[in-house]
Design a protein. Sequence first.
Length: 548
Amino acid sequence: MNVDMKLNGSRVEVRFPYSPIILERLRTVPGRRWNPEGKFWSIPAVRDCLLMVMDISGMLPEMLPADLRGIVGGEEEEEEVLDMSEVDKHEFLTEPYGHQRKNLARLLSHTRWLLADECGTGKSHPVCNALMLIRDVSQLHYNILIVCPKSVKSSWAEQLETHVNLNYLGVEGTKKQRQEILSGDYPIRIANYEQLLHNNFEKTQWNVIIFDEIHRLKNFAGKISRIARRLSAKAIAVYGLSGTPAPNGLQDWHGVLAALDPEGVPWKTKGAFEESFCYKSRLKGDGPFVISGYRNVGDLRKIVKKYVSRTTKEEALDLPPKVFETRSQPLQGEQKRIYNELRKNAVARLSVLETEGTLTAANVLTESLRLLQIVGGFVPDDDGAMHEIDEKSKVDMLWDCLDEIGNKQVVIWTAFRAEANWLAEYLGRKLRCTVSLLSGETSTSDRLLAIEDFRKGNSRFFVGTAAAGGTGVNGLQVADTAIFYSRNYNLTDYLQAQDRTHRIGTENKVTIFNLIAQGTIDEKVHEALERKASLQEMMLGRKIEDIL
């Protein structure tokens, strides 16, 4: 459950998605007040009151604004003492930043560790060098398994080429031959998460395992997560990387921590974890139980801190600011008519499910995505085929942004493949320029070419879906402007896509435009992402008409 807290004088404003459990527990906080005009609660800006709200909502201290972290204090924090001796002796192929040197020391001091640094801070650099130093210290040949999203496999091969002496790790040959070995055979193997289902990785003893974007394992009960835990249990060292390790709430920590250390975490079942840290309530009527609040957050935090470190970009890098601008206008003409008609039908269908007690978040998501596609200018039929709407209100907003930006390189993100494909063709034809395109259909070779063309300035636009391009893309920071033509409820994709232009190598202020169709579900998505709330949280205590 995501809660926003803001210091205002001697009090703290508290805003949260409706939850009867949080509301009930908030009323036990001394000195709380309800502000009917602003529609928020306020509490005294004192440590004990803040700790009560944090426990109710599941917030960890690092999630708080800096001024509130100062009030909460660090009584339980111990000063971190890092042994830098091996790091200082190491000869780096590429010089690290200071925070990367510290991360390397952390990895060498712990055999199970998660680097939860913000996106764009360069987490792979210390991991690559840890592989070298583990081999250096042990004088043993290790089998190394790197598990990552499919879109990142080629990036990992490049990272290893850049930061690691591969001959020293037993990988020889030309660069092309080495990359084929990295993707096909050990001593180093790069695999995507889905491959764990179809390949018998358990026949090999993987001594060192890296789980990149480890939040992919947040579902403790999932088949891929179970396989990952079995591999992890037999490994000597396991490292995780993710800028968003628990994107949906504290419940995600169960699967993530269990993947890091399946023998060490105290909860062996999903039920045991939820009983310790979660409150549950029914979604709607007789619908399924969902997590609606948290408890004992301090206890969970102590366990998390045994495995996790986090460095923000503000702490690690001297990056220019990131500025957000919202552009909005209502739908017009045929697009507006189609949207209103299909929204009315969607509300009717979901209302029937709610009455029957069978409404789920999946039902709402399906209807939401259909409406979002219409807002972007496409109508899906019953078979899933996309039909283009001639009049697209977002194109007018896009042109306004481009006129303001001028003749610069721009990154444009979409939620759907049809939008990305159409925009790439449309912009290339209208402006007679080269456009790099990246979607779920893009092959690995075309993906690398698209990124390289944009990085070298051969393409004016980089158009991609946030799901396909949010991870494993490095080189877009040559642009200082990103436009989100459309977004969905996936907070992780949104944050990751933002940081493709705001990361190591960024030189100018980065401006991020969000295009929103007034009076549509676009506004609901914007509200959810601003509050970092999930669709499930939007459903709690809301009417169907308010969700769509």
